[in-house]
Write a protein that binds this ligand. Structure first.
Ligand code: SF4
Ligand code: SF4
Length: 173
């Protein structure tokens, strides 16, 4: 069986995303019209095929380019692990977003070193979930999925394969 060769060059992916904005807008509308369970199944199958072919420790782009959210219990757990009082921990690592949510105050993330998460056991729910293609309700997350299409090779490759699987008519370039 032919082994799937993903695109992992972040510059290529970002440029492709720029060049295909209109096509992707059309694809989002196309997906919205389709059956939710059928789409979830296709996305989850593609994710299971594609994710193992991409090395997150070689990429690390989400940890470098996203503001990570965390909740009180995650902050408590990590400050305990780092043996820092919460006040000092908050001052060093966190800020309040406009909606009151706590976010890391730095990109790349403080805890990324050599493209690896140095607090892996204590990483946040959002980190564990990303890019969330294994979860149900893909159609409800189209906005965020396409927000990260140009930065995450897993999302990029799954979406591009999904276009093929669904026989979506691509733009002629
Ligand atoms: S906590 Fe770890 S997994 Fe989450 S963004 Fe930071 S380095 Fe990445
Ligand atoms: S989840 Fe996506 S952006 Fe993050 S490291 Fe893996 S491939 Fe890169």
């Amino acid at each position: 069986m032919e082994v799937f060769q993903p695109h992992t060059d972040l510059k290529y992916i970002a440029q492709f995303a720029k060049d295909h904005e209109l096509e992707n807008d059309r694809f989002r509308d196309f997906v919205k019209e389709r059956n939710e369970e059928a789409i979830d199944l296709q996305v989850q199958q593609l994710d299971a095929m594609i994710s193992p072919t991409i090395s997150c420790t070689e990429c690390g782009n989400c940890c470098k380019s996203l503001m990570v959210c965390l909740n009180e219990s995650e902050a408590d757990a990590l400050s305990g692990y780092l043996q820092q009082p919460r006040e000092a921990f908050d001052q060093k690592y966190l800020e309040k977003g406009s909606n009151g949510m706590m976010i890391m105050n730095q990109m790349p993330c403080h805890f990324l070193s050599d493209n690896k998460c140095t607090i892996y056991e204590y990483r946040f729910e959002g980190c564990k979930e990303f890019p969330a293609l294994h979860l149900p309700h893909f159609k409800r997350r189209l906005f965020t999925t396409f927000m990260h299409y140009d930065r995450c090779p897993i999302i990029f490759n799954v979406v591009e394969q999904l276009k093929t699987t669904m026989q979506f008519e691509r733009d002629t370039q």
